[in-house]
Design a protein around this ligand. Structure first.
Ligand code: ADP
Ligand code: MG
Length: 260
């Protein structure tokens, strides 16, 4: 039988380094990391503060370039891309959420979510339709005209997720997405990311320093220390997701009947 084609969203790093030069000293934030992540996987990057998690994520996101080594996403070497190609890659292939929600306060939710598509030159009617669908997908279909200040932290992070996913990227990169949320709301956000991973099939790389959270949601735990991988293990998530796997008791936080 012919091999089935690899799913979109495969990540390969080969001896990737990002060394920051500060005056006379060099900080090896990412120091020779080689990793293979299969398309559609949900992996967690764990490690204490300063271990290099964000630096590695930024290299995968195409927000920064390696000092040496390569980052290859879906067979394309990011280091060989021109800055225009790299910004196209970020626009079309990568959705990213951070600890800070980074919503524009003067814009409504639908305007915030529609914003990335303006740069992708999508026609306005289509933009609004996709933004509405993305907000419905994260349970905010009734909040389209709200401004960020009128929402809870959890709702703002849901909106940031909708914005990250509106272009249907093959990678969802999340850097401490629960850092500004109470633990219950943080779990809800990760439950939502988990459900979206199963429904949409994008690869998820979750940066967190909370091992318990990673164990509940991720299929693989990668541990960093001093810019190096010091552990890499498979994990059976305790959260059931929509496929009903695992043994957790929580329910999916999106509403039934919404387009998912
Ligand atoms: P983590 O996300 O795991 O907390 P980071 O990737 O942010 O770690 O940082 C790894 C190391 O690189 C730290 O020592 C940090 O101080 C340093 N670092 C991060 N970003 C920069 C930068 N832009 N310039 C210089 N040093 C940096
Ligand atoms: Mg960080």
């Amino acid at each position: 039988m012919p091999e089935s084609p690899a799913r979109a969203g495969t990540i390969r790093t080969e001896a990737v380094c990002r060394h920051y030069h500060m005056g006379d000293s060099v900080i090896p934030a990412v120091d020779g990391i080689s990793l293979d992540v299969a398309g559609g996987n949900f992996v967690a990057l764990l490690g204490s503060s300063g271990s290099g998690k964000s630096s590695l994520l930024n290299l995968i996101a195409g927000l920064d370039r390696p000092t040496s080594g390569t980052v290859i996403v879906d067979g394309r070497n990011l280091a060989e891309m021109s800055s225009e190609e790299l910004s196209r890659y970020r626009r079309h292939n990568v959705g990213i959420v951070f600890q800070a929600f980074n919503l524009i306060p003067t814009m409504t939710l639908i305007e915030n979510v529609e914003l990335p598509m303006r740069f992708a030159e999508t026609e306005r009617g289509e933009r609004l339709k996709l933004a509405r669908e993305a907000l419905q997908r994260v349970g905010l279909g009734a909040r389209l005209a709200h401004r960020p200040s009128q929402l809870s932290g959890g709702e703002q992070q849901r909106a940031a997720l909708a914005r990250a996913l509106v272009n249907r990227p093959s990678l969802l990169l999340a850097d401490e997405p629960t850092g500004n949320l109470d633990s219950r709301t943080g779990s809800e956000i990760l439950g939502l990311i988990h459900a979206l991973n199963e429904q949409l099939g994008m690869t998820v790389v979750l940066v967190t320093h909370e091992r318990a959270l990673a164990e509940r949601y991720a299929e693989r735990l990668i541990f960093l220390a001093d810019g190096k991988v010091v552990g890499d293990q498979l994990n059976v998530p305790a959260f059931p997701g929509i496929a009903g796997r695992g043994s957790g008791a929580e329910t999916v936080t999106t509403r039934p009947g919404e387009a998912l």
